[in-house]
Every structure is written in C-alpha cells, then in structure tokens.
Design a protein around this ligand. Structure first.
Ligand SMILES: Cc1ncc(C[n+]2csc(CCOP(=O)(O)OP(=O)(O)O)c2C)c(N)n1
Ligand SMILES: [Mg+2]
Length: 377
C-alpha cells in the first residue's frame, strides 16, 4: 500500500564535549569564560560536600528525609548557570546545588528539610518556586509561569527540573503539550538519572531517548552527557537563548546517574548492583571537570576547605534558629480546615501548653463550626 511520508526529518542529537578523563573535544569547545568555569567548579564541590554533610545531619536526626544529588552536580549546575536572575527556576526535590546557585542560603535549605515553613520561602526578589515533592506537578506550573511571562512581555525564561520517572506522569505530557501549543519561553531539564526510586528507566518508557518526547509536542529535544558540565551548559544556553528570542521551548535530557540513595529512607543495594554503580563512578562529573581544569591551569587551591568552612558556618546558623512551631503543620493546606484537623490542632496546642500532662487523658475539644479559621499560636 503506497503511503506518503509526512515528516522525514525527525532527529534527536546527542552532545558530549568532555570525556570521562577530562579530555576536551576542541571542535566543540563552548569557550566558557574561566571565571564562570571556576564558579561552576566551586558550586559543584559545594554541592557534593553539602550532600555528604546533609546525609550525616540526617543520620544524626538533625534534619529529616532528603534527596541527595551526588552524581548530578553537572546536570544541575551546567543548566542553571545559563539562566539570568530575572528568569524563573522551577525545581523538583533534588536540586540543592542549583538552588544554592540561585541564591538559596544553605541554612534555609536545611530548615526546609528540618520541617520549618521558613525553609520553603524564596526571598521576595527571587524568581524561584520552592521544592516540589509530588512528581511532575511543578511542570504545568512552569508552563503557566512561562505563559504569563510571554503574555506580559517580561524578558524571562522559565527553567523546570524533573527526573526520568516524571516523564511517566500525565502532568509532564500536559505541560509539554501546552508549552508547544503556546510556544512559551520554557526550558525543560530532565535529569535522567536512570532510576525512579527502584524502577529502572526501561520500565518507564520504550522510547530510545527521553529527549524525543519533545518532538511529539512540536518542539526540539536534545540529549546531552549530563556528567559533562560543558555539554550541559552549551545545550542549556542554546535552549535559553532560543526561548528568550521567542522561538519556544526545548527539552534537554541530561543523561546522568544517581550515585547515592534515592532519599535517606532508601537502600539501593536492594535493587541495583555494585558493578553498575562502579561503572558510573568512573564517569563522575566532578572528577572529569577537576581533571580538565587542572590541565588548563584553572584549578584554584583551597576550594574544598573554603566550601567546608562555608557549610560549617551555615550549619551553625541553622542550629541557632530555635525550635520549629509544630502547629504550623496545620496551616496552609486548607482555607476552611475540616473538623478533624481543627480538633487535632487544638489537641496538639493543648499538649504544647501542658507538656507534662497525662497523655492518656488528652483534652478533647469539640469540633468547631465549618468555616472557622485556624490561627497560628
Ligand atoms: C505524584 C507522586 N507519585 C509518587 C511519588 C513518590 N516518589 C517520590 S520520588 C519518586 C521517583 C521519581 O523519579 P524521577 O522522576 O526519576 O526523579 P529522581 O527521584 O530520580 O530524581 C516517586 C515515585 C511522589 N512523590 N509523587
Ligand atoms: Mg530518576
């Protein structure tokens, strides 16, 4: 049966500039100024060291569950470095290094993971959304922000982060569809770290790449070596420039690997092999970038010591913050809280007032009338 070829030109490109030994493909050199390279390096080292410190803080019970970034420093920082301050960052839940680049103080991120409401507030002048735990729900928000920027004529690009697992969610596809239809100034950074908790990539999709999913929505997708900070930066910069010029969205798939646990509540030895991890450790983004900078003579002394001191000072500020107010957990989810939550809040408030009262006979407040607002302590 004769058929007509409608679209013969679909293609998905792959970009890699720095190999695992830190050798540069000179024909692809994006000529990033040394000052920016040094800044990227400092933030990559800080991202790695902060991650290690946060795991220890969690194990000591000083912060709660969090998602480490080890192995994904180049994906996060190479991409976020392409944004300007007036642009918008929309994170998922694994972007500590990128958030720090955007100006989130370390102590504020620690407060978030210790359960403080204050840890989730971007500074008033900051164009960032807070951490989003529900997978992929931030993507329609990102497209809404980009649509608003386009509508108002703001000179702003929106960069949204998500994982390989998020591409299985309806929110991802709805966001991509509207991004394409409205041709919004958005850049989608998919950190394909090969795993969605214990579910491997091959169980998420039968597509050859995640980048190609953009083609179905009518805009370009590119796959990059996500452990090569130069390649990530080059691809993200091109995508941001495209968006800023009014040429619409791009999906950038960063092929990387989560070297650590999914969260501090996870044990990856239950579902993946040591050989697999060792293979990706040889492609560590930090080792190869260090080797490259060393070859160029751009490796400054004392970076590790300086970032460790910065982290230690931030941990001290975090610990001096004073106890969190447990009643805050009842705020903000509902404008009109249901009766059982109002009763629970009153019970917690009473226990806080009389911490030594007999726990067997808690005061049982009568449920308030519907519509009654809860006030903070
Ligand atoms: C809507 C929703 N479903 C399930 C979860 C539980 N969950 C948290 S992270 C995660 C996997 C996400 O995988 P991926 O998108 O690849 O991101 P990664 O964790 O690898 O960074 C799941 C299923 C959730 N947070 N939200
Ligand atoms: Mg993943």
């Amino acid at each position: 049966m004769p058929r007509t070829v409608l679209e013969p030109r679909f293609q998905v490109e792959y970009l890699s500039i720095l190999d695992s030994d830190g050798h540069l493909d000179a024909s692809l050199d994006p000529h990033i100024p040394p000052d920016l390279l040094k800044r990227l390096y400092r933030f990559m080292v800080l991202g790695r060291r902060l991650d290690e410190r946060m795991v220890r803080l969690q194990r000591q019970g000083r912060i709660g569950t969090f998602a480490p970034i080890k192995g994904q420093e180049a994906s996060q920082l190479g991409s976020i470095a392409a944004l300007r301050a007036q642009d918008w960052m929309v994170p998922s839940f694994r972007e500590t290094a990128a958030m720090h680049w955007r100006g989130w103080p370390i102590e504020k991120m620690l407060l978030f993971y210790a359960g403080y409401l204050e840890g989730g507030h971007p500074a008033p002048e900051q164009h960032d959304l807070p951490v989003t735990i529900p997978v992929a729900t931030q993507l329609p928000h990102a497209v809404g922000l980009a649509y608003a920027a386009q509508y108002r004529g703001d000179d702003a690009v929106v960069m949204a982060f998500f994982g390989d697992g998020a591409t299985s969610e309806g929110d991802f596809h709805e966001a991509m569809n509207f991004a394409g239809v409205w041709s919004v100034p958005a850049v989608f950074i998919c950190q394909n770290n090969q795993w969605a908790i214990s579910v491997p990539l091959k169980k998420q999709t039968h597509s050859r790449t995640l980048a190609q999913k953009a083609l179905a929505y009518g805009f370009p997708g590119i796959q990059v070596d996500g452990n090569d900070v130069l390649a990530v930066y080059a691809a993200a910069k091109e995508a941001v420039d495209r968006a800023r010029a009014g040429d619409g969205p791009t999906l950038v798939e960063c092929v990387t690997y989560r070297l650590g646990v999914h969260t501090t509540a996870d044990d990856p030895t239950k579902y993946r092999t040591n050989e697999e991890v060792a293979e990706w450790e040889r492609k560590d983004p930090l080792t190869r970038f260090t080797a490259y900078l060393d070859k160029r003579g751009w490796l400054d002394d004392g970076v590790e010591e300086a970032v460790d001191a910065e982290i230690a000072a931030a941990v001290q500020r975090f610990e001096a913050f004073g106890p969190a107010d447990p009643l805050v957990m009842f705020d903000h989810a509902y404008a009109d809280p249901p009766a059982h939550l109002v009763a629970q809040r009153a019970e917690v408030a009473a226990r806080l007032e009389r911490p030594h009262a007999d726990p067997e006979s808690p005061p049982v407040p009568s449920p308030p009338m519907r519509g009654q607002r809860m006030s903070r302590r």
